[in-house]
Design a protein around this ligand. Structure first.
Ligand code: HEM
Length: 483
């Protein structure tokens, strides 16, 4: 227990390296954790989504984190695992939010707002600015993401809500564990503050001018007669899904690309082939240059950038997929899982195994996921989870990370102010996190690249698309079947 709480997901990696057991049980007082290590066992767990279930855990966690009312909790717990058919809040939630997040018009609309916000925010950068890199990425990504999800009445336009959100997420582990408010006072108060602001947002019809995603979430809750105070509380957890992983993933991608000259050059070259340049008349009678990046084209024509993003998630993810054992089950005909136990699939065990990824498993290799590279079993990549809990926001998040990173690397050079790219740790990450932020921020200087002076205007285009990026094993299967 001490090791687990100190080392967190690293503990599972050490256990795997020491024991090489395909699956093992960790007995804690009153709890059995079944840890799945062997890649070939993962599909067997994912197939048993009723017996090894996520919705009952999700409902419990949502209630603790959001502090929802008894009325809402009863609704969440009704037919929670779909034993009586495909109905009820919990069991239909994933299906309700899937269409607006899957490639198509809803996602394109969100991406357009996001791309425009990111372009404008990067236009504000002055020549040779010095930044704390993570703070900068977090601020700009939070602004762009929340504007695209919540629309013109986005509560996150108020800096007090942004501050409250990050305060809230600091204490999520305590809330998940059901600690009393006095133990997690700051996080608890921040959540209450956010919930009040979201009540106002919904009561004033803010969601009606928002994205297809927020409309779908609101409609799904209304259909199940969730009171508006609880819809607002659920949105505090919704904001966690939307915000917590994208900024760190974007930060790590910039960190690795800028600190690896060959990766940076490859990505710049690739992006350079899809840029278009126009000369237009300015108001003063002169002429100006506009460079356009077609984000939709970038998603299908930049395999090195995509490979780099996957590699960043492989190297840094600390996510652990969990399932509740609903009845005794023999996994794969070999391993007895007892009712009431919790199944854990730690992504780092998959991601840090030299037998799967090779001797350079701990280094950043921007071409590791390149289509022509000899690729390991796709199931061993768990950056976005998998099975019924596969991240539905992966296309939105990846497109946003592409837009931000592409504009940054095309327009600027970046140097750490103390002269070297130091190794960064993530030991402060909590057990519930997926993509952790660095323990310590990095102070960097941005300098416009030669030939891309600050007077050039940049435009990011999102053309209609129903194409998805192969981000997870499931996407690759879907692509194979459509060919
Ligand atoms: C780089 C950014 C992101 C990463 C790395 C990421 C990763 C993940 C992972 C690993 C899971 C699965 C957890 C499990 O198996 O238990 C997950 C679930 C989820 N993600 Fe993401 N995510 C990202 C961004 C987003 C965004 C932007 C959204 C929404 C717009 C989102 C919405 C969700 C939701 C709703 C779930 C829960 C699915 C369910 O109910 O089963 N994620 N995410």
């Amino acid at each position: 227990m001490i090791d687990l709480s100190r080392k967190k997901s690293r503990y599972y990696v050490e256990l795997w390296e020491q024991s090489r057991m395909p699956a093992c049980t960790i007995r804690l007082p009153g709890a059995r954790l079944y840890v799945i290590n062997e890649t070939s066992l993962i599909p067997s767990v994912q197939r048993q989504y009723k017996t090894l279930a996520f919705p009952p855990l999700q409902a419990k966690l949502a209630m603790n984190v959001c502090g929802s009312s008894q009325t809402a909790n009863d609704i969440l717990n009704t037919n929670v695992n779909g034993d009586e058919g495909f109905w009820g809040y919990s069991i239909t939630h994933y299906k309700a939010i899937h269409p607006p997040l899957f490639p198509g018009p809803g996602l394109d609309a969100m991406n357009r707002v996001m791309a425009q916000k990111i372009t404008t925010s990067l236009e504000r950068i002055q020549s040779s600015e010095v930044f704390r890199l993570f703070d900068f990425v977090k601020r700009e990504v939070t602004r762009a993401t929340t504007d695209s999800v919540y629309g013109d009445q986005n509560p996150f336009r108020d800096p007090a809500i942004v501050e409250a959100f990050w305060e809230f997420q600091e204490g999520v582990m305590g809330l998940l564990m059901g600690l009393p408010p006095s133990f997690v006072r700051d996080s608890f108060n921040a959540r209450e503050f956010m919930a009040k602001r979201f009540v106002q947002y919904f009561n004033e019809g803010g969601h009606e001018q928002g994205s297809a995603l927020i409309k779908a979430r609101y409609a799904h809750s209304m259909e199940h007669k969730i009171p508006v105070e609880d819809i607002a509380r659920f949105e505090t957890a919704g904001a966690i899904a939307i915000l917590t992983n994208t900024s760190p993933a974007c930060f790590w991608l910039l960190y690795h690309l800028y600190s690896s000259p060959s990766a940076l050059e490859d990505c710049r070259r690739e992006l350079g082939t899809i840029l278009s340049e126009n000369t237009n008349k300015t108001q003063g009678g002169g002429s100006g240059i506009t460079i356009t990046l077609d984000l939709t084209q970038a998603k299908t024509s930049c395999p090195t950038l995509l490979s780099s993003l996957q590699e960043v998630l492989r190297l840094h993810s600390v996510g652990i997929s969990t399932r509740q054992v609903m009845e005794d089950h023999i996994l794969d005909g070999k391993y007895l899982l007892k009712k009431g136990g919790t199944v854990m699939i730690p992504a780092p065990v998959q991601h840090q195994d030299a037998a799967t990824w090779g001797a350079n498993v701990h280094s950043f290799d921007h071409r590791r996921f390149f289509p022509s590279a000899k690729r390991p079993n796709p199931i061993a990549f768990r950056g976005f989870g998998g099975g019924t809990t596969l991240c539905p926001g992966r296309h939105f998040a990846s497109t946003e990370i592409f837009a931000f990173t592409a504009l940054m690397i095309l327009r600027f050079d970046m140097h750490p102010v103390d002269g070297k790219w130091k190794e960064l740790t993530t030991n402060k990450a909590s057990l519930w996190e997926v993509t952790p932020r660095p323990d310590e921020d990095l102070v960097v200087k941005l300098i416009p690249r030669d030939g891309f002076d600050l007077n050039v205007k940049w435009e990011v285009l999102v053309t209609d698309s129903d194409k998805s990026m192969p981000l997870a094993a499931e996407d690759m299967d879907a692509l194979r079947h459509s060919e």
